[in-house]
Design a binder for this molecule. Structure first.
Ligand code: FAD
Length: 455
């Protein structure tokens, strides 16, 4: 029988979710095309997780150089070469772009370069440098991600979004970061580590909304110790040019001068110009595409995953959602996404790692919970002279003894929490944590040696 459509699956957006869905569908024999208007790999590879983590490593060396002195190392004052870091990062990201291209090609996915938009429920128009082309597909998957939102204030065009931070030229000696989410905190830490004077301005009561309250307060204090001038309950009224400087007028009446102003003030679903109306796809608040548990939209042939659905905006979440779609369209349809135990990290200095519920969420959900917490100076810092401290915390549901929340502020928190996430996914109880031997001497052993309830 002739196929009524040229493709079984047409994916719009070759980011984390789109690439995974396209590859996996093609590997299962589907005829797949993927359209990408910018670089392959999307936000995560080009202007998100990967370059950010590389810069975070770069920034950590500053602390390592300082810490080394207490261990007997004498070295000349280190100097950072921002141009070299930028060039090395660009080379590595270019390599990753090529890896993505090869993965897609090897799977038999047709890569289309250009801007895609809906013509109808099965039809997509692709704008390329050579003109427009039309394609039809049995199913269309929207994986167009998100885009930074900047506040509507006078002079906002003088600020930049996170997309521009990796290629700033020159390095900003004075950086003002506006925002209190994880992206704001990470860039504040990175540029502080690389030597900038950093002011972080956040209009809320405390940074990192959505994280455990104790973690939020503890992390804020640690960021301040690292030299970030964190100003809470402070908003920016306007930006203006003042010679070579950008001057920020704050709602506290104060003024600040900076070389670069980063607006890390949220991200919105990338839906503009997508023609969702042409297909009849329903959208929710902020334009987010509304989907069911299988990521099907209000139009049966159209699916959506990742940041464009404005659920949990994380790469592993987009990847897992892609697998649900592929399984539902070209497999047995057995997969379900579980948003309950999603581990995440914030790559501030020190790192934050978290999995499961905050203490507040657990109290609301279960009523009776027991909290174990430990705050201490890591062994390394007994000689390094650093005043950095760690916080580790377990939230246990009394009725079942299950560990329902695990939180950490301290070195390598992301690496440590990833392992514990497996235990939590398996339903580990506090008794299981207690029966587990520690690895001594490590920071992580604290999670299995906390015996006294804090409350
Ligand atoms: P994206 O990866 O954003 O990909 C969407 C793609 O679609 C883009 O390439 C875009 O060019 C393309 N596109 C859009 N519209 C069209 C169109 N009409 N036609 C053709 N192409 C189109 N997550 C983590 O898990 N860990 C982290 O440490 C982390 N750090 C981050 C740091 C920063 C600074 C940012 C901004 C994000 C970070 N994230 C992190 C989030 C993560 O990057 C996203 O959750 C993830 O990339 C979402 O994947 P996606 O497939 O939904 O979309």
């Amino acid at each position: 029988m002739a196929h009524p459509h040229a493709f079984d699956l047409f994916v719009i957006g070759a980011g984390s979710g789109g690439v995974r869905a396209a590859r996996m569908a093609a590997q299962r024999g589907a005829r797949v095309a993927i359209a990408e208007a910018a670089a392959l790999g999307g936000t995560c590879v080009n202007v998100g997780c990967i370059p950010k983590k590389l810069y975070s490593y770069a920034a950590h060396y500053a602390q390592d150089f300082r810490d080394a002195a207490g261990f007997g190392w004498d070295a000349p004052e280190p100097r950072h070469d921002w141009e070299r870091l930028r060039a090395n990062r660009a080379e590595e990201i270019g390599r990753l772009n090529r890896v993505y291209q090869r993965l897609l090609e090897d799977a038999g996915v047709r890569i289309l370069r250009g801007w895609a938009s809906f013509v109808d429920a099965h039809g997509v128009r692709l704008e390329t440098t050579h003109g427009a082309e039309h394609f039809s597909a049995e199913h269309v998957l929207v994986a167009t991600g998100g885009t930074p939102v900047t506040p509507d204030i006078p002079g906002a065009q003088l600020g930049v979004s996170s997309d521009s931070m990796f290629d700033l030229d020159p390095f900003p000696a004075r950086l003002a970061v506006v925002g209190g989410g994880y992206i704001a905190c990470e860039f504040a830490s990175i540029f502080r580590g690389l030597g900038a004077q950093v002011h972080q301005l956040y209009r809320g009561e405390q940074i990192l909304r959505g994280f455990d309250e104790e973690v939020r307060h503890f992390a804020a204090a640690e960021l301040a110790k690292h030299g970030i001038d964190l100003r809470l309950r402070t908003d920016v009224r306007s930006l203006a040019r003042a010679g070579a400087d950008i001057e920020l007028a704050l709602d506290t009446g104060q003024r600040l001068q900076a070389d670069t102003v980063l607006f890390a003030t949220g991200r919105a679903p990338n839906v503009n110009g997508l023609g969702l109306e042409a297909a009849g796809v329903r959208q929710g608040p902020g334009g987010a595409i509304v989907v069911d548990a299988q990521y099907r939209t209000s139009v049966p042939s159209v699916y959506a995953i990742g940041d464009v659905t404005a659920r949990l905006q994380l790469t592993p979440v987009a990847l897992a959602e892609a697998m649900v779609v592929v399984d539902s369209l070209f497999g047995e349809g057995r997969r379900q996404m579980d948003y309950d135990i999603v581990p995440t990290a914030v790559f501030t200095h020190p790192n934050i790692g978290t999995v499961g519920m905050t203490e507040q969420q657990a109290r609301e959900r279960f009523g009776r919970v027991t909290v174990y917490r430990s705050e201490f100076k890591a062994l390394k810092h007994t000689l390094s002279g650093s005043t950095e401290r760690c916080l580790m915390k377990l939230v246990v549901q009394d009725a079942t003894d299950r560990v329902v929340g695990l939180h950490m502020v301290g070195p390598d928190a992301g690496e440590i929490v990833q392992g514990f996430a497996v235990a939590m996914k398996a339903g580990a109880t506090k008794a299981v944590f207690d029966a587990t031997l520690g690895i001594h001497p490590t920071i992580a052993e604290e999670f299995v040696t906390m015996r006294e309830a804090a409350r």
